[in-house]
Design a protein around this ligand. Structure first.
Ligand code: KIV
Ligand code: ZN
Length: 390
């Protein structure tokens, strides 16, 4: 069965870079952009050109460098922003302007001191103006997650008429539940005239830890683009993690959806971004965390040594991790100790293993993790004669 393609819109260099302390210079951004192209993303959101001369330059240089991927620049629904973005993107082979405005009650009232009709007018003006520079114009309805669906549908219809090619439905505050976000996408598909002319896009924030679940609910309800970042970095609790949505679609073929991502580059790309941005990846992070394929409890280790699939749903090689690791701790069992002892050169009989294991437990209760050099010491201290070990 051929699968429907979900476009991956990477915003590591824009929403991701908004994180305090994660600022990158142009050279670093170029290296990451090149890697994202190699990874197989469909769109790189390179920055917010009007925000600073440095960001303008980065977008311009990325636009010159990247040949096979759409390069996108963010704007507000403001003429000057759009002009500056168009200028920064002028060398892009496939330029996209990403413009938009807040559509929720709270944004309309407190940010713009405006009303619904005036917001639609500004949205349409912005899209039409962007369209005078580039063919590919994405519109974002900021805070769509908290925008009433009926009004959101009116906005979407109006901007499609003005030429928007992609409709971004951001859950800007990370408030939605997956069913709610999925229902929003479904509502738009069923109630917006002309919806077939545009791609619906999910842009979910992680304030309640639901960004990935919401993005998946979006695509199972008809969206065909996910906006995400490497390692899920981004404002506050972050954005949808690219590696998570890619692997969810790959590990669940019955969804009938896939991306163009070369998943074997995920681990390496995660490390590169983490290192360049100085943002550590939590060890238990799905897919790319240091512990994502590490097993430390005796029951799990015994299973994994017998057959990896007992406790792993992803082959580590599929995401660029060499192999699963068996970590020795006080919770480890004999199977794990024998396995690691063999790797460092000792083939223990059952009787020898019993003796070495008792010594191992004394060590393990004192240390967080038993390393290879500790195994040599443990074998020396146990009553087992080293010469008798195979
Ligand atoms: O979260 C958001 O609403 C955004 C928009 C600017 C696209 O990042
Ligand atoms: Zn965002």
């Amino acid at each position: 069965m051929s699968k429907d393609k979900v476009q991956i819109f990477d915003t590591t260099l824009r929403d991701g870079e908004q994180v305090p302390g994660c600022k990158l210079d142009t050279t670093q951004k170029l290296v990451i952009a090149e890697r994202l192209e190699l990874l197989g993303v469909d769109v790189i959101e390179a920055g917010f050109p009007i925000s600073s001369p440095g960001d303008f330059k980065s977008v311009e240089e990325i636009a010159k460098l990247i040949k096979n991927v759409t390069v996108c620049g963010l704007t507000r629904a403001v003429k000057k922003d759009i002009e500056v973005a168009a200028e920064a993107l002028k060398y892009a082979k496939r330029p996209r302007i990403h413009t938009g405005i807040g559509t929720s009650e709270s944004h309309i009232k407190f940010k713009f001191n405006s009303n619904k009709d005036a917001i639609i007018e500004r949205a349409v003006e912005a899209v039409s103006y962007a369209k005078s520079f580039v063919e590919d114009v994405e519109f974002y309805a900021e805070d769509a997650g908290r925008t009433d669906n009926e009004f959101l549908a009116r906005v979407c219809e109006a901007v499609i008429k003005a030429g928007a090619t992609v409709l971004n439905i951001p859950d800007t505050t990370g408030y939605c539940l997956p069913e709610e976000y999925g229902a929003k996408i479904k509502y738009l598909r069923e109630n917006v005239t002309g919806i077939d002319k545009a791609i619906l896009s999910c842009h979910c924030h992680n304030d309640l830890g639901l960004a990935t679940a919401n993005s998946i609910a979006g695509v199972t309800n008809g969206a065909r683009q996910i906006e995400c970042t490497i390692n899920g970095i981004g404002e506050r609790a972050g954005n949808t993690a690219l590696e998570e949505v890619v692997m969810i679609l790959r590990q669940h073929p019955t969804l009938g959806l896939d991306t163009n991502i070369n998943s074997t580059l995920l681990n390496d790309t995660s490390r590169m971004v983490s290192q360049k941005m100085g943002m550590i990846v939590q060890p238990n992070k799905a897919i790319v965390g240091a512990n994502a394929f590490a097993h430390s409890s005796g029951i799990h280790q015994d299973g994994v040594i017998k057959n990896r699939e007992t406790y792993e749903i992803i082959d580590p090689a599929d995401v660029g991790v060499d192999e699963s690791s068996i970590v020795l701790t006080a919770r480890s069992g004999r199977a794990a100790l024998a396995y690691r002892a063999k790797i460092v050169g000792y083939e223990l009989t059952k009787v020898q293993l019993d003796a070495v294991y008792q010594e191992f437990l004394k060590f393990a209760d004192l240390k967080k993790e038993i390393l290879d050099e500790d195994i040599h010491k443990i074998i020396e201290l146990s009553s087992v004669e080293k010469e008798n070990i195979a």
